[in-house]
Design a protein around this ligand. Structure first.
Ligand code: 1HN
Length: 350
C-alpha cells in the first residue's frame, strides 16, 4: 500500500485501472514498493527452539513406521513456525534431523543443493561422498557439496542421528534443482575411508596432476572431525574473548580460505562460564546446535534456556546475545556465505 492517503475519486479510478490491467498481467509497483524495498530486513522466519529429546522421540516412532530405504531419507524437517509448509527454517535454509538405524542404507543420489551434516547422536555410521567414506562421530561436520554422489549407511549396533543443513529454499528460489539416482544404492568404495582428511586435512595436498589428487581442486575436504575443532576452540579459549562472539572459529575450505559451501557458512563458538556476549545482529539467518553446556540465548525480547543438544533458529536481523552458565559450546550454520557472494551481508554490533 502507498502510505499517503489519496482522495476517494482518485483511489476509485486507480482501483478500476488495476482491475483493467489484471488480464494483461500488469500490476502497479507503487502499491508494493515500500514492502519490497524495506529499510531493514523483514524476515518471515521467527526465532524458535527445539528440544532434541522431543524431536528424537518422534524420530524413533518414525523408525518403527518407515525404513530408511522406503523413505529414501528418514528425516523430520525443522519447520519454522513463520514458514509453514515451506520446508524451511529460515528464508533461505533448510534443517532436518535424520536417523539411520543399524543395518540400514540411505541410497545414493546427487543433487544441486549443497548439504552439511552435524552429528547429534551415535558413532561409526558413514556417509560416502563420491566414492569416499567419512566415518562419523558425535559433533563431526561432514559436507556434501553440490552434485556429489552421496549415500549413508549404519553398520553399527546403535541408531545414528544427525542434523542436515541444506540450501533448499535458495535453490528453489533460483528454480535450479537437478537430481539423479542410480540403480546401485551403495556406492563402491574407491579409496580408503577418510582418505581426503589425511591428504588435505593438515595443510597438505597431493602434487597437482598426481593420481592421488582425486578430489576437486577447489573443494578437497569434506570431513571436519569434532576432536580437531574442539581442540582448536579450547586453545583459543585460553586467550581474550571477542565481546560479541566470545571465542568463535569458522570452518573453512582449505583451497581458498572461504566458506565450506558456496551458500552456507559454518562456525563454532565457546562462551566461557559466567560470561555473556554483547548483542549483535546480522542479515544472515542461522541455525544453532548446543554442543555442550548450559545458558540462555536472548533473541530480541525472547529468552531461550539452552541445554545440551538443543537447537534454535536466529532469523535475519534478530539481535542475539548469549549467556553461559557453564562453558557453552555452539555449532551454527547460516546463509552468510551466499549473502557475501551476492554483496548483501551486513552486521551490527550493539
Ligand atoms: C538429502 O539429500 C539428504 O542426503 C538429507 O541425507 C535431507 C533434504 C532435502 C533434499 C535432499 C541426505 C535432504 C536431502
Amino acid at each position: 500500500m502507498i502510505s499517503i492517503l489519496l482522495p476517494n475519486d482518485q483511489r476509485e479510478q486507480l482501483d478500476q485501472l488495476y482491475a483493467a490491467m489484471r488480464p494483461d498481467s500488469l500490476t502497479p509497483l507503487w502499491e508494493v514498493l515500500a514492502a519490497l524495498v524495506s529499510p531493514t530486513p523483514n524476515s518471515p522466519a521467527i526465532a524458535h527452539h527445539w528440544r532434541f529429546g522431543d524431536a528424537r522421540r518422534h524420530l524413533m516412532r518414525a523408525g518403527d513406521l518407515i525404513s530408511a530405504e522406503q523413505a529414501e531419507r528418514r528425516v523430520l524437517i525443522l519447520e519454522n513456525p513463520g514458514l509453514p509448509g515451506e520446508s524451511a527454517i529460515t528464508a533461505s535454509l533448510y534443517a532436518g534431523l535424520q536417523m539411520i538405524l543399524p543395518g540400514e542404507v540411505a541410497p545414493a543420489h546427487r543433487h544441486t543443493q549443497s548439504a552439511l551434516r552435524f552429528v547429534m547422536e551415535g558413532e561409526g555410521a558413514y556417509t560416502t561422498v563420491d566414492g569416499e567414506r567419512a566415518v562419523m562421530r558425535p559433533f563431526d561436520l561432514v559436507l556434501t557439496p553440490s552434485w556429489q554422489w552421496h549415500d549413508h549407511g549404519n553398520e553399527t549396533a546403535q541408531p545414528m542421528i544427525w542434523l542436515d543443513g541444506l540450501d533448499i529454499p535458495t535453490v528453489r528460489h533460483f528454480a535450479a534443482s537437478f537430481a539423479e539416482k542410480t540403480d546401485k544404492p551403495v556406492q563402491a568404495r574407491l579409496v580408503e575411508d577418510d582418505d581426503s582428511l589425511s591428504r588435505y586435512g593438515r595443510n597438505l595436498r597431493p602434487l597437482r596432476g598426481s593420481v592421488a589428487d582425486r578430489r576437486p581442486a577447489d573443494r578437497p575436504l569434506f570431513h571436519y572431525p569434532y576432536a580437531d575443532w574442539r581442540r582448536s576452540l579450547a586453545d583459543m579459549a585460553a586467550g581474550m574473548p571477542d565481546p560479541h562472539l566470545a571465542h568463535a572459529l569458522e570452518f573453512i575450505n582449505p583451497a581458498d580460505g572461504g566458506s565450506v559451501l558456496p551458500t552456507i557458512a559454518a562456525q563454532v563458538q565457546l562462551v566461557p562460564a559466567g560470561t555473556a556476549t554483547r548483542p549483535r545482529r546480522g542479515s544472515d539467518g542461522a541455525v544453532y546446535v548446543v554442543v555442550e553446556g548450559r545458558g540462555t540465548a536472548r533473541i530480541d525480547d525472547r529468552e531461550i534456556i539452552l541445554l545440551p543438544r538443543d537447537l534454535f533458529v536466529l532469523p535475519s536481523w534478530a539481535t542475539l546475545s548469549l549467556k553461559a552458565e557453564t562453558d557453552l559450546v555452539l555449532f551454527s550454520y547460516s546463509d552468510r556465505a551466499a549473502q557475501e557472494r551476492l554483496e548483501l551481508y551486513r552486521e551490527e554490533r550493539l
